[in-house]
Every structure is written in structure tokens, then in C-alpha cells.
Design a protein around this ligand. Sequence first.
Ligand SMILES: Cc1cc2nc3c(=O)[nH]c(=O)nc-3n(C[C@H](O)[C@H](O)[C@H](O)COP(=O)(O)O)c2cc1C
Length: 176
Amino acid sequence: MNEVLNSIAKRSSTRGYTGEKLTEEELKQLILAGLQAPTAANKQEIHITVVDGSNPILREIEDVKNKERGIEDPPHNFYYEAPTVLLLSADENFFWSPLDAGIAVENIALAAESMGLGSLIIGCIKDAMRGEKKDYFAKALRFPAGFEFQIAIALGHKGTEKEPHEYSWEKNVTRL
Ligand SMILES: Cc1cc2nc3c(=O)[nH]c(=O)nc-3n(C[C@H](O)[C@H](O)[C@H](O)COP(=O)(O)O)c2cc1C
């Protein structure tokens, strides 16, 4: 199996991280993997905000998310104490922004796996990011004008291991 196929097969969400930070080189490679994802009409509209896991803005997002969902005592935060979280935003009026962001975030997840790192794609904060505090969060996270939150990804060294899921050709594939 080649390296790409191996990373696809081995990737699995990581919901527990060691405290070890990513190196600048690792971080740059992960961001580049996101930027190198294809975008519709080569619009390259995906913006990546890099946030350290200790940044209080993440706590604020977490609090709004929990309030909206009526969660009083969450067992973990939305990024599982990962040392780095990337928040992807994109042009709110471009039809393909959500799909382009999905492709970019998977590129990052696969790059992380290929580097021996863990990742978790995060969508649960979408309502919090696009709710009453949308403009506040967009400004705090320095989204470009007219951009809105699409998806996030937590990144770090794996503190927990999880086997990849099984997949079903019978259920999911039709071959004419
Ligand atoms: C669009 C999207 C949003 C997701 N949002 C969350 C999330 O908010 N929290 C979480 O723990 N996992 C989230 N996940 C991870 C999925 O739960 C996970 O990918 C799925 O259960 C399959 O498991 P695997 O990643 O280990 O293969 C998200 C995944 C995707 C693709």
C-alpha cells in the first residue's frame, strides 16, 4: 500500500492528546496541506486561523456551545485539550465554501496521520460560531471580511489510540 493509501486507511479521530506542542515545521506542513487542497474554480478561499490550545478564545467558544446545547458539566472540551486548533473560514456567499473547507480539512487530517500526529475534525461549534456572537468571534479570530466559520480541526500528539472503523462496500457502493 502506498503512503497516501496507508494514511487514509490508518486515520482515525483522536480524542485525547499528550501535552506536547507541535513544532513550527509540523504546523507549517499541516497548514500547507490545507492550502494545497483543490477549491472550486481555484478560488482558494479557505482561510486558516491558527489557535494555541491555551488561547482563552477557545474557552469562550466552548462556553457558548455548551450554553446553546444546555450542557452544564461537559466531560471534555470540544478540542479535547489538543495543543493546536485550526479554524477554517471561507467566503459566506460562495456556494462551494463548505465543500472546499471539507476537502481542506481532510487534507490536513491525512497529513497529520502521515506525520504520526492525531487530529479531530470539529463541527459541533458551528452554531456557536454562527450565532449571536458571530461577528465577535469572526473579529477575534481575524476572519477576512465576509468570511464565516466552516469547520475546525484539533491537532497534536496522540494520547489515545483508536482503531479505524470498518466500512461496507455492500451498503455504500453501487457498481453498475
Ligand atoms: C464534518 C465533521 C464534523 C465533525 N464534528 C465533530 C465534533 O464536533 N466532535 C467530535 O468529537 N467529532 C467530530 N467529527 C468526527 C466524527 O465523529 C468522526 O470522523 C466519525 O465518528 C468517524 O470516526 P473516525 O474519524 O475515527 O473515522 C466530525 C467529523 C466530520 C467529518
